[in-house]
Each structure stands twice: as structure tokens, then as C-alpha cells.
Design a protein around this ligand. Structure first.
Ligand SMILES: NC(=O)c1ccc[n+]([C@@H]2O[C@H](COP(=O)([O-])OP(=O)(O)OC[C@H]3O[C@@H](n4cnc5c(N)ncnc54)[C@H](OP(=O)(O)O)[C@@H]3O)[C@@H](O)[C@H]2O)c1
Length: 281
């Protein structure tokens, strides 16, 4: 069986490839990338895979049995067609199964909802493709909070609009374990699964960061409007509301739902104690 993974020049796609290769009975793995030069260190064949290039996608998916489609990064309305290009190319190239990396969230009511809507549309397109499929709804990556530690340190606090809402975070490494299973086993075919660890509050997150980085961060709640304005001034008019909308969702309890991670992987998600111990300085 040949498995193809898209966006292998990115952090998630690259990590999924590494997990697939490391499996005891590893299958043949090829990568697709819009920018293959950014994926040279993976040690696998990397083919062209720009979501905006249907013919290129079809040529690159020849001889592929199972495909992992990593959600794109474009504006929501552009993503839907880009993902359709990948699904259509897979169908016409004879791919048997698609696994799609979707996202947690609600389709209405937060500034992140347009992104969620676009992912739900791709979920529907995958289900309607006629191919075998499995869909993962990813939790929120915890790594950006770790990468942000110097900014948190400079301010002495984590400030956002999550309040005391709990968030089911995950790591790209844990997601990659789950996707390697969804790709190589048919147990979850036809299912849509939630993939994240134990939901935690921002106060708990501050505590874990404090233990890992020997800091004394506190947590301060902002209103949603304040936080969206804050993120928009730092990150711009596209990403700012997306980030603000995710925290609005955390406050509303949208990311505090049961996870299917253990059922998919066969073991619990890495605990936050273990994760923060593994990165502590
Ligand atoms: N769960 C979360 O908290 C969270 C947070 C952020 C994003 N996401 C989603 O998760 C996905 C994967 O995350 P990541 O950490 O791997 O992101 P990343 O490291 O930024 O990588 C994004 C990847 O998407 C590729 N890409 C973007 N547009 C493309 C296109 N039109 N055609 C083909 N490839 C394209 C990029 O290719 P190039 O190398 O050519 O740029 C890159 O490989 C993201 O794309 C996004 O949809 C989830």
C-alpha cells in the first residue's frame, strides 16, 4: 500500500510522515508539497502538491492508495475549492481512502466560525466523495503557547478572553500518532473523531508553563472584543480575529468536549504533566 501525505513541508504533515516511517510495519510513504524544497530532510520521495493545481495533484497521486489531506492555510472561502481540488484529484487518480485533518469549533457565533465552516464543508465533501474516509477534528495546538513564552515572560501574564473555559489542547506529535493510525487501520473508517488531550483552563496552562520555565505567570481575563483588537493589532486583520475567535470559543465551552484520542491510538493522549516535563528547562 502507498500512503501519500500532503503539506509535508509543514510541521504537522512532516511529523505524520516521521510517525508513519517509524511504524514497525511501515507502508510506502510519499509526500506532496507546494514547496518540495522545504521538505528535503524527510528522506522520502516528495512530489509537487499545490492545492490550487488540479492537474499537478492528479499526476502526483498516481499509484497512491491512501491519502492524508492536511487542511490548508488560505482564507476560508479559498480553502474549500483547494480541498475539493485534492479530493477530485484523489478520485480520478484511483485513491481508495482519504483521511482529513479537520478542526474543533462551532460554525456560528465566533470570529473563528468562518474557518470552522470551511472545514465542515470539506468534511462533507470527503464524506460525499464515495471513497473510504476518516476525519479527525484536531484540538488546539499547545505549542504556540510554549513558543510564546518570552512574550508571556515580558508581560508577566497570560491575558486573553478564555476566562475559566477549558480547552482540549493537543500537540502535533500526538496528532501525528493518531493520523498514522487512521491511515494504516480501517477501524475508524467512516467516522469523525475528536483528537485532543485532557481539557485545561488558562490558569492551569499558566501553572504548567510556570513549572516548565520557572516563571511566575498569572492569568488575566480580557473581553472578547478587547482580545480580538489586541491580536489584530499584533497579527493583522486575517489572523487576529481567528485567534480571538478561538479564545471566545474556549470561554463558551466549545473546546471542552469528550475526545476519541484513546480509542483511535490505543492509549491515552500524553498528559500535560508529562508534556511540560519533557520541555522543561
Ligand atoms: N489545531 C490548531 O491549533 C491549528 C493551528 C494552526 C493551523 N492549523 C491547521 O493545521 C494545518 C497544519 O498545521 P501545521 O502546523 O503543519 O502548519 P504549518 O507548519 O504552517 O504548515 C502549513 C503547510 O500548509 C502548506 N500549504 C499552505 N497552502 C497550501 C496550498 N495552497 N497547497 C499546498 N500546500 C499548502 C504549506 O506549504 P508551503 O511550505 O508551500 O508553505 C505548509 O506545508 C494548517 O494548515 C491549518 O489548517 C491548526
Amino acid at each position: 500500500m502507498t500512503i501519500a501525505v500532503t503539506a509535508v513541508s509543514g510541521l504537522l504533515g512532516g511529523e505524520i510522515v516521521r510517525k508513519l516511517i517509524a511504524m514497525p510495519e511501515s507502508e510506502a510513504v510519499v509526500g506532496l508539497a507546494r514547496t518540495p524544497a522545504n521538505a528535503q530532510d524527510l528522506g522520502i520521495e516528495v512530489r509537487l502538491g499545490d492545492y490550487g493545481q488540479p492537474e499537478q495533484l492528479r499526476a502526483s497521486l498516481t499509484d497512491v492508495d491512501t491519502l492524508l489531506l492536511v487542511s490548508g492555510m488560505d482564507a476560508p472561502e479559498a480553502r474549500i475549492q483547494q480541498h475539493r481540488n485534492v479530493i477530485e484529484a484523489a478520485k480520478s487518480a484511483g485513491v481508495q481512502k482519504i483521511v482529513y485533518t479537520s478542526i474543533q469549533g462551532v460554525e456560528e457565533g465566533t470570529a473563528f466560525s468562518p474557518v470552522v465552516q470551511s472545514n465542515r464543508q470539506t468534511e462533507a465533501d470527503v464524506r460525499a466523495s464515495g471513497l473510504d474516509f476518516a476525519i479527525g477534528r484536531n484540538g488546539i495546538y499547545i505549542e504556540p503557547d510554549v513558543d510564546y513564552i518570552d512574550s508571556y515572560k515580558a508581560k508577566g501574564e497570560i491575558a486573553n478572553s478564555a476566562g475559566d473555559g477549558k480547552c482540549g489542547y493537543t500537540t502535533r506529535s500526538e496528532l501525528a500518532h493518531a493520523y498514522a493510525r487512521l491511515l494504516t487501520s480501517n477501524d475508524s473508517n467512516g467516522r469523525t473523531v475528536n483528537l485532543y488531550g485532557t481539557p485545561i483552563t488558562q490558569i492551569q496552562l499558566a501553572g504548567y508553563l510556570n513549572s516548565a520555565f520557572k516563571t511566575t505567570l498569572s492569568y488575566r481575563e480580557m473581553t472578547s472584543d478587547e482580545f480580538i483588537a489586541d491580536r489584530t493589532s499584533e497579527l493583522g486583520a486575517f489572523i487576529g480575529p481567528i485567534i480571538g475567535g478561538i479564545y471566545e470559543g474556549i470561554r463558551l465551552g466549545i473546546y471542552n468536549k469528550p475526545s476519541n484520542f484513546e480509542a483511535v491510538v490505543g492509549r491515552p493522549h500524553q498528559s500535560w504533566e508529562a508534556y511540560f516535563r519533557s520541555i522543561s528547562v
